[in-house]
Write a protein that binds this ligand. Sequence first.
Ligand code: PLP
Length: 318
Amino acid sequence: MKNRSLLLQHPPSPLQTVESEIFARQGLRLMVKRDDLLHPHVSGNKWRKLKHNLLEANRLGCSRLITFGGTYSNHLAAVAAAGTAFGFATTGVVRGEKNEPLNPTLQFAEECGMELHFTSRTDFKEKTNAGLLEKLKIDTTGSYILPEGGSNCLALTGCRELVAETEAQLGHLPDFIVTACGTGATLAGIVSGLAGQATALGVSVLKGGFLKNDVEKLLTKCLPPQSEIRNPKSAIVVDDFHFGGYAKWKPELIDFINDFKFRTGIPLDPVYTGKAFFAAFELAKNGFFPANSTVMLVHTGGLQGIAGFHQRFGPLLL
Ligand SMILES: *Cc1c(COP(=O)(O)O)cnc(C)c1O
């Protein structure tokens, strides 16, 4: 078996300065933390969130990873790829009926050897993870079970490392760290590493306004009550850049992503990073960030989703 703890060590992801007139005009410095480059297939925040879970699975002697996700889930793709890279068998429970041919995300997962089980949206929503596994008669012996999105407490531990890593690269912390949010685990992990010295700004890609509450719940669950690293005050949640909801989009989002790639060479995805970066640019334009601030946008990855997006909507992204 491969030496997994060694394989899971990695150099810091690049921290890149990006020239932007919009930010410069406001006296702001813009940086991008390229977590999308952490691994070719286990990219971005999914790498951060999986790292300590994989170490734990290894420590427990588990041979299989079992997890849950939607049909275009970055997390499912990342777990499937992590299985190949680190020698775990993988099982994915997918929300929704099986459609063939499989979409690019599920096709990738299957090519990585992931065993896919499909389940109705109702069951997926209503049943607990254990209930779903029982219903699908999935044997969990020797398996390590990851929740949807990989969002457990060990995920926060991994995301917290992004903060120390950035501080070492920059010599100090940026004033603002901006990240796209789904479950909020990435934001919670970052917040828990800031100890109030900088502001984490989470951009929700989901409609409904529950991100703030979700982040606080995760912090309460995962960190001891008097913990110094638990500081929800250093988090700001932005709920008005979801473009209508998960995976919904408007032409101005596509224009922004294409323009950003043209100017910087950095590709963004339309479901997560595109919306977060779009939000940061709008906030900068509107004078949200105080002058002289350094604003760091976290590229949380998710580029595997572009193929599925193109299949549904046509080749909109350059
Ligand atoms: C999953 C994902 C997120 C959301 O992470 P959470 O920890 O669930 O908030 C953000 N960006 C990308 C690219 C993702 O794949």
